[in-house]
Design a protein around this ligand. Sequence first.
Ligand SMILES: *Cc1c(COP(=O)(O)O)cnc(C)c1O
Length: 421
Amino acid sequence: MNLPGSPFLQYRGEDLYLEDVRLADLATQHGTPLYVYSRNAMRAALAPYQQALEGRQHLICYAVKANSNLAVLQTFAQAGCGFDIVSAGELARVLAAGGQPGKVVFSGVGKTRDEMKLAMQAGVKCFNVESTAELEVLSDVASQNGLTARVSLRVNPDVDAGTHPYISTGLKGNKFGIAHELAVETYRRAAQLPGIEVVGIDCHIGSQITDVSPYLDALERVLDLVEAIESHGITLHHLDLGGGLGIRYTDETPPDARTLIGQLLARIDVRGHGHREVMFEPGRSLVGNAGVLLTEVMFLKPGEQKNFCVVDAAMNDLMRPALYEAYMGIVNTRQRRGETTTWDVVGPVCESGDWLGRDRDLNVQPGDVLAVLSAGAYGMTMASNYNSRGRAAELMVDGAQVHVIRARETVESLFAEERLI
Ligand SMILES: *Cc1c(COP(=O)(O)O)cnc(C)c1O
């Protein structure tokens, strides 16, 4: 069988292994639903980014929202990464995991004054500012506290990344970034504001991008702006090209990071910008194919129109199918011989949108443990407690070693902050 993504996930005989660990054993020992990540798959996904940027002033800022478990952040911090955060909560996680504040960039359209102050006090590398209004407030917070905010403006290059509308961010109609036409005047404003130090420019055009061309288009537009901005005497030290590189969920063929970055750097050099620090903010491409969600088959419910395979993981554990109608591979952790049947794999939550996979050919029996593939990104971080379901446990495997990196949430903890009247 052809599994997407990670060479660290493979069948040995009939059993599915992540690195040197048999996944069915983990389900028996730790229960299901269960997220399991491969530490070496994360390191292997980072390597082509690092190789492509070797010998150049650069910073790879892992986008924390893709998977914010402390042990994941620790893995990237130890590998030399910085972090792209979107809240004070994510900043606290980065610091708790041993990340350096000087390597943190703070993105997002709705930073609060408290968040701005905390991030400035922590000494983040840069705020990626998304509007003039935010810029004015940031300047005010900085001045009031005798601090300086280093900023880059997130510009909206108005390119179509060709992805699902919910995950494209670089088009005119999106809420993100400062419109291309307004960028120069906003930079001029920024340069005059007290407490603001302009240090760079950034863009982030979307997610699950499987083509190099939207990146190249965005780069040209951003470099045009850099030249226009610098003609007004404003110096930009760094160029942050965001994240968004796609992964293979089923039959996508995204470029590998080394190819993508190689092409971008070549263009940067040709246009005479090779002296700038280059930054990227990858999330999904570093962790997506490093993780699986294990779930046990509870009941088989064959029907006239549809056959339902009811499993113990649900949309609250893994939102992507319900939210984006996303396809995620589903396989049995112990392959059975014989005929397959077509199943809709669904969870126990009281919503018709609660499905993990539709029309999947599987040979399954109650008690089998299924693996939902490519679940390392935007899985656990989007999990909720809907239907009063405690969130899954998380494990990290490293070779043959297994680390519990988050205990299963207890039911009592779900309502511990609630009070009877
Ligand atoms: C979400 C996000 C990223 C990471 O996107 P991926 O598709 O996971 O690589 C990077 N930068 C910003 C500003 C983001 O919002």
